[in-house]
Write a protein that binds this ligand. Structure first.
Ligand SMILES: Nc1ncnc2c1ncn2[C@@H]1O[C@H](COP(=O)(O)OP(=O)(O)OP(=O)(O)O)[C@@H](O)[C@H]1O
Ligand code: SF4
Length: 288
């Protein structure tokens, strides 16, 4: 193993965590977003790389749809920073498309080349965490990212997202097999959309029955990280964040901190960090 083969731009990143799901629409990007916000609440410096090339949704999730990627003096890409604090940065194909909101139809080699370029050319600077949001399933993008990261000793592993309806063991097993093949440690399974938080009384109702994700995790002998119910307040925050940032000066972290999911997710983040062997998540911030 040669450290020469680790892209230079990844050398100042302490921990890399991937977010995977067997199927689309299970809320993988929402989970990546919440993991990022939760780490920022712990004072970490976080970068997010969106490699869902056919449906990049992170710019919208983080309220950065109008973000612009600039070229650095070394001809690299400077990611889009959420604000001047530079605590949150994002790189996504969404920023590079002329027709934003459109998706691309690319063949494998073009996708592979884009991912290589993302890993080589994005100048993240020093980060505590780089979260990589992947497309659903195990496709060209996954193979490319695994290939590019194979010599990186800072890859902690992957979080797998599922939903109660999809407590479909086969989907999760495919993800696990992929992780085994490429040597990604599975940090655990999160069950998203596991119930519904009433917007009136904040009572959580388990519409699909409780415990599916936990049972599944036990069956496949993986750590269970916890469940995240559907919270209409979270949808509202995502939709109204740009407006609220303008009118009230509230950042996404401010808004999320007032959301019920934030407290629930903090426990999930602690488990992810624990399973990754990164102390208890209270380590110092990156020195810049
Ligand atoms: N726990 C939740 N509470 C409320 N809304 C949620 C929750 N999880 C996901 N959503 C919403 O569901 C929609 C789909 O979620 P998301 O885009 O995260 O899914 P995905 O798995 O990343 O999809 P894709 O297949 O495009 O990769 C989004 O509008 C998101 O805001
Ligand atoms: S959970 Fe309570 S407040 Fe909410 S809709 Fe049901 S009965 Fe009404």
């Amino acid at each position: 193993m040669s450290s020469e083969e680790v892209p230079k731009s990844l050398k100042k990143i302490k921990h890399i965590i991937l977010v995977l799901s067997g199927k689309g629409g299970v809320g993988k990007s929402s989970i990546t977003t919440q993991l990022a916000l939760s780490l920022i609440q712990k004072n970490y410096k976080v970068g997010v790389l969106d490699i869902d090339l056919t449906g990049p949704s992170l710019p919208r999730m983080l309220g950065l749809e109008n973000g612009k990627v600039h070229q650095s003096s070394n001809n690299g890409w400077i990611p889009v920073f959420y604000d001047q604090s530079q605590q949150l940065s994002l790189m996504s194909l969404g920023f590079l498309l002329n027709d934003r909101g459109n998706s691309v139809v690319w063949r494998g080699p073009k996708k592979t080349a884009m991912i290589k370029q993302f890993l080589k050319d994005v100048e993240w600077g020093s980060l505590d965490y780089l979260l990589i949001d992947t497309p659903p399933g195990t496709s060209d993008e996954h193979i490319a990212i695994a290939e590019e990261l194979r010599y990186c000793t800072n890859v902690e592993g992957a979080v797998i997202v599922t939903t109660p309806q999809l407590v479909s063991i086969n989907d999760v097993k495919k993800e696990i097999n992929f992780c085994k093949k490429v040597n990604f440690k599975v940090l655990g399974v999160v069950e998203n959309m596991s119930g519904f938080i009433c917007p009136h009384c904040e009572e959580c109702t388990n519409i699909f029955g409780a415990g599916g994700g936990k049972k599944l995790a036990e069956e496949v002998q993986l750590p269970y990280l916890g469940n995240v119910p559907i919270d209409p307040n979270f949808v509202d925050i995502i939709e109204k964040q740009t407006e609220l940032r303008k009118t009230e000066g509230k950042t996404l972290v401010d808004l999320y901190s007032g959301c019920r999911l934030s407290t629930m997710f903090a426990e999930i983040t602690d488990k992810v960090l624990l399973n990754a062997g990164i102390e208890d998540g209270t380590a110092m911030q990156t020195d810049n």
